[in-house]
Design a protein around this ligand. Structure first.
Ligand code: FES
Length: 114
């Protein structure tokens, strides 16, 4: 199941007073890959300025990998992307944004999407 995975990622920096922008990345994939593996592929392959949490607990427990995939909060370490698919990634908690896909875990959630 080889193909291109296209991901539009919301880029923003809470330290800068600039409007968020979506950047689109393409990954050539031999098979399905997790969101976290796709982000690693982008970071190490084409754009090391992308901010996301690279830590992986390996047990689906820590939630450091949470992102909003096509509008739904999900765990990036356990959610698969298909070759040929087009996806949108945003921070899981934009109200607690630090940069790009990194949010402040210590900030209480104000939405009910969790
Ligand atoms: S990396 Fe720990 S839950 Fe995803």
């Amino acid at each position: 199941m080889r193909g291109t995975i296209r991901i539009s990622i919301r880029r923003a920096d809470a330290q800068k007073n600039l409007a968020p922008q979506f950047m689109t990345y393409e990954i050539e994939a031999e098979a399905e890959m997790t969101v976290l593996d796709a982000l690693n592929s982008i970071f190490y392959g084409s754009d090391s300025t992308l901010a996301y949490r690279r830590y992986r607990c390996g047990r689906k427990l820590c939630r450091s990998c949470e992102v909003k995939l096509d509008g739904k909060v999900t765990r990036g370490c356990a959610t698969l992307l298909r070759p040929g698919g087009k996806y949108t990634l945003e921070p899981a908690r934009p109200e607690a944004l630090i940069r790009d896909l990194v949010c402040d875990f210590d900030s209480p959630p104000i939405s009910s999407e969790r």
